[in-house]
Design a protein around this ligand. Structure first.
Ligand code: S3P
Length: 427
């Protein structure tokens, strides 16, 4: 992947690596659990969310061990999961809950998926509806939230067009399709992260991706999975937070061995449009593109984020909001209403926090507007128990004139426990 030519920069460069990708780690663990044989997953994510996935798997009778950062999972085949004596606690991890639901839909026992109060507020009809169409028996609260009770049963393949651009929903349906009669097809109008598809291919699944003019159709058929030997690439979303720090502090940054999957790399395109020098040197392509990412600091300009690019940077939009406060011009984010259904309402939370620091920001129903540049002042930002907001506000604090206190900074551990320590290098 190549981005625009680099402006020269005279500052001392920083070189780091970031822990393994959270989205890939969840999927690798869940798929390894139903493969036949022992999988080895190196660089498994240190995120609290991925620890929740591993605990859920242990409660389902899956044996795994972690040694020197390598996760070894004993897969016992599709029928190898066993009923848990208690509700499965997904903590604050929406990915754990939604993807596990896809697997549990065909197990021959009943399960309950639950989690922290924050997760119990998030929408789950989006997975219940397609899984029910496949024949699954699923109970939610009247509000359409978890706890989710799943009575596993025989499933049939369906063709399902995603009503929301969500890789979690796509993956839940594909995982259910691994044990359904016939073919299961998910149709998406906007491509979402394709880690599930890539891992399934690497594990020998019968999977087909058919890109069309307006839509892409991803189809799977039932079949056994071979075990995985996977080095997990560095998490691009974590690298993105450090890239934003580098640009705010006007230092150059290299992140080694980071995932560069184009379905996740929208933030890099946006940074390049904002004027940053972005270069990446890819050294691996399969199953995931991996390489070194170079970020060269430069004056920042506003940009507009189009709805179609939102899924490729959905988790990085709070970072865009912070960068936009330091960019010349009006930054507009549209088509990002999904931000309101994340760990918190990220549109409301981001705008409230940045406004409190003196930024010129405005909420839209499906996004936000930032008029920059502005001098940020000291203040208290409430991260609303949301790791992505906590990181964004910490970065705002680096360029504010006075101290910024982030309420809920500890939640960064849900995705990037090393964030605060790594950020110290930029100050
Ligand atoms: C994820 C997909 C995204 C993202 C989340 C992780 C995944 O959610 O926001 O942090 O691993 O599939 P949606 O698919 O619901 O948009």
């Amino acid at each position: 992947m190549t981005f625009p030519a680099l402006a020269g920069s005279s500052v001392v460069p920083i070189r780091v690596s970031v822990p393994g990708d959270k989205s890939i780690s969840h999927r690798a663990a869940l798929l390894a659990a139903i493969a036949r044989g022992t999988s080895r997953i190196a660089g498994f994510s240190s995120a609290g969310d991925c620890a929740a996935t591993l605990r859920v798997l242990r409660d389902l009778g899956v044996s795994w061990s972690m040694d020197a950062g390598v996760l070894e999972i004993e897969g016992r085949g599709a029928a190898g999961l066993g009923a848990s004596g208690a509700a499965l606690d997904c903590c604050r991890s929406g990915t754990t809950m939604r993807l596990a639901a896809g697997l549990l839909a065909w197990c021959d026992f009943s399960s309950e998926l639950t989690g922290d109060s924050q997760l119990l507020r998030r929408p789950m009809r989006r997975i219940a509806e397609p899984l029910r169409a496949m024949g699954a028996s699923i109970e939610l609260t009247p509000e359409g939230t978890a706890p989710i009770t799943i009575h596993g049963t025989e499933l049939r393949g369906i063709t399902y067009e995603l009503p929301v651009a969500s890789a979690q929903v796509k993956s839940a349906v594909l995982l259910a399709g691994l044990h359904a009669g016939g073919t299961t097809t998910v149709v998406e109008r906007v491509t979402t992260r394709d880690h599930t598809e890539r891992l399934l291919r690497a594990m020998g699944a019968v999977i087909e991706v058919a890109p069309g003019v307006q839509t892409t159709a991803v189809s799977v058929r039932a079949g056994e999975l071979a075990p995985l030997e996977l080095p997990v690439p560095g998490d691009l979303s974590s690298a993105a937070a450090l890239a934003a720090a580098a640009l705010l502090m006007k230092v150059d940054l290299t992140v080694e061995g980071v995932g560069l999957n184009p379905t996740r790399a929208g933030f890099l395109n946006v940074l390049a449009r904002m004027g940053a020098g972005i270069e990446s040197a890819m050294h691996t392509k399969v199953p995931e593109p991996v390489g070194d990412l170079h970020v060269h600091s430069a004056p920042l300009f506003a940009t507009e984020i189009a709805p179609d690019e939102v899924p490729s940077l959905i988790d990085e939009l709070p970072l865009v909001g912070v960068l936009a406060t330091q960019a010349e011009g009006v930054t507009v984010v549209r088509g990002a209403q999904e931000l309101r259904a994340k760990e918190s309402d990220r549109i409301a939370g981001l705008v409230a926090g940045l406004h409190g620091l003196g930024a010129d920001v405005e909420q839209l129903p499906d996004g936000f507007i930032v008029r920059g540049p502005s001098r940020l002042r000291s203040g208290i930002c409430d991260a609303r128990d949301d790791h992505r907001l906590a990181m964004a506000f910490s970065l705002a604090g680096m360029v504010a004139d006075g101290d910024v206190q982030v309420t809920g900074i500890d939640f960064v551990g849900d995705s990037f426990p090393e964030f605060t320590a790594l950020l110290a290098a930029f100050q």
